[in-house]
Design a protein. Sequence first.
Lengths: 114, 106
Amino acid sequence: DAGVIQSPRHEVTEMGQEVTLRCKPISGHDYLFWYRQTMMRGLELLIYFNNNVPIDDSGMPEDRFSAKMPNASFSTLKIQPSEPRDSAVYFCASGAGTGDEKLFFGSGTQLSVL
Amino acid sequence: GQSLEQPSEVTAVEGAIVQINCTYQTSGFYGLSWYQQHDGGAPTFLSYNGLDGLEETGRFSSFLSRSDSYGYLLLQELQMKDSASYFCAVNYQLIWGAGTKLIIKP
């Protein structure tokens, strides 16, 4: 398996634009997580899915953020409109939920909002 | 509130042993995990403790005491490649510590 695949690796956009981040989890994993990492706030859980259903989105900063998982092999995180404070590295991770709590992370998307 | 406390930075010498502590305060507890992250990279899983005691994986070991709300990661025979940030996380990785930057000197 190629691991968790995220795209794009880097995204530079202007304030007010819509940004869509994509994630393909490892096949067979039932759990998918979206995290945001910044120097100031560390690693923050935004939302996680179990079997394509959002379970906890309490970490989503505000209504500008939305996430979907239309099927077991694809998820998106959308920011509309984007703001400079959204600049961060966004990670997607998947896990099998077998009890050892092991998550596999994608390489992340470095988002810069100018 | 829920929080995890770990030192922000630890320095050690190549070949030595280092311990990184993590104390947690959570409403409910299901397990403590450890991840390693190199600069510019993604977190990678190191270890998980669901029950009290020591888990060993090669040069790395992790310990948990549920009664003390405390755990640690032990790295032995330190190598330069172990220079990275180490994160503890609890409850299915829903809550993360701020990370400990491990600096290794030759």
